[in-house]
Design a protein around this ligand. Structure first.
Ligand SMILES: [Zn+2]
Length: 405
């Protein structure tokens, strides 16, 4: 399977300039090609081929005065930029055919975009030096912080600059699945708005405080930015602070997702989650909390870690009414408004925690054997066994059906 590994890069001054040039040239070629294709489409002409665009917008353009500077960067970077545009068009045409959610035509790239990136393939002859630097053509040997080992030699590296001005090298590498000791546990996961996640064993997981702290810092930075006069130097400085705070929130969230997904995959032989149509939810007023929670990124992590460690991963379709069915007796009890956190099953009388009940149902829908006890705050009134009803122990009456909670 293929996994993406990212490492922080620390380019020096001249290398930062060279990278800025590479980002700029890749962007210009991308925009030139996009313009050529959109003009042809508007005129009803044939869709310009990638090979022709490469010849016209890279090879021949380098010979002209106004595009001569394209020669200052690795031509692989420019070729890869055309490939990115091809991928963007492929997605767009697939969306027209209904193969994926509807989307617009590819967008022009801007110098002000939050993320700038260039890609070097094996053709570019980039390499990792014996000293551990990342050697990039026409840029130089860039210092890397190797936070972990690469499992195999990657053929391609993408260099990224984010909104906070940080640089990263991102490699796609082939990895072998790792085998973990078998576990006899399985778990259903309900991703909720009240808690980040609720597990079928009754565990409720909130976002950790380091994530909330980063969120508060971001809010303060945004408020400070809104107070600065437009066009002022202070506003520019405040904008960088907001970008940094954003990056910190994103990092903290990724870290939390990694820790939780690793734990769930390590402890369980199989996990099941509900397939949230996050896109549908994201258009509602719940949008903000959905984006904050970053569920889809978390579910993606669970899925690839399950594949990596040979664990089962199940995604349950939305048609399963997980919050309406009693996990104890299986009777569908009708829709429940969001504010109802605890409900009593009309059929068996069990009193259920909404979220845990949903998590148990997710696990059951995936065919996982989980205990349903966690969902139950109070079981229904089951006919008492002979000799149990009404007996006294230590002078305390035994109340049938209510365990020591
Ligand atoms: Zn029931």
């Amino acid at each position: 399977m293929q996994l993406r590994y990212s490492f922080r890069l620390y380019p020096n001054g001249p290398q930062r300039s060279a990278l800025a040039r590479a980002f700029g040239c890749a962007r210009v070629v991308y925009n030139d090609a996009l313009r050529a294709r959109e003009t042809a489409r508007a005129a009803g002409g044939a869709f310009p081929k990638t090979g022709d665009l490469s010849k016209l917008l890279i090879t021949e353009a380098k010979l002209t005065e106004e595009r001569a500077w394209l020669g200052e960067v690795s031509s692989v970077v420019l070729q890869q930029s055309l490939r990115d545009l091809d991928a963007a068009y492929r997605n767009f045409f697939d969306s027209l055919k209904g193969k994926r959610p509807r989307m617009g035509t590819p967008r022009f790239k801007s110098r002000k975009d939050n993320r700038q990136a260039v890609r070097f393939t094996a053709n570019a002859r980039w390499k990792i030096t014996t000293g551990g630097d990342l050697s990039l053509p026409k840029i130089g040997d860039v210092r890397v912080k190797w936070s972990r080992n690469l499992p195999s030699v990657p053929s391609t590296v993408t260099v990224i600059k984010d909104a906070a001005g940080r640089y990263f090298a991102s490699f796609v590498v082939e990895t072998e699945p790792v085998t973990l000791a078998e576990s006899d546990q399985a778990v259903g996961i309900d991703l909720g708005l009240g808690h980040f996640a609720v597990l079928s064993d009754g565990t409720k997981i909130d976002a950790p405080c380091f994530l909330r702290r980063a969120g508060k810092k971001l809010k303060r930075a945004q408020q400070a930015l809104s107070r600065k006069a437009k066009g002022s130097n202070n506003r520019d400085k405040a904008r960088v602070k907001v970008a940094r705070a954003h990056a910190q929130v994103a990092d903290a969230r990724r870290e939390f997702h990694h820790q939780l997904s690793t734990r769930l995959i390590r402890d369980n032989q199989a996990v099941a989650v509900e397939d949230l149509a996050v896109k549908g939810l994201a258009r509602t007023r719940l949008a903000k909390s959905v984006h904050d929670a970053g569920w889809s990124a978390f579910v993606t992590m669970l899925e690839y870690k399950a594949a990596k460690f040979g664990r089962g991963f199940h995604r349950i379709g939305r048609f399963e009414p997980t919050s309406q069915v009693c996990s104890q007796c299986g009777v569908k009890d009708g829709p429940k408004p969001l504010h109802i956190r605890v409900w009593e099953c009309g059929a068996c009388g069990a009193v259920l925690d909404r979220d845990i009940n949903a998590a148990v149902n997710v696990a059951k829908a995936a065919g996982l054997a989980v205990s349903a006890c966690g969902a139950r705050i109070r079981p229904g009134l089951i006919p008492a066994q002979r000799g149990e009803a009404g007996t006294h122990r230590d002078g305390q009456p035994t109340v049938v059906g209510i365990p020591g909670l």
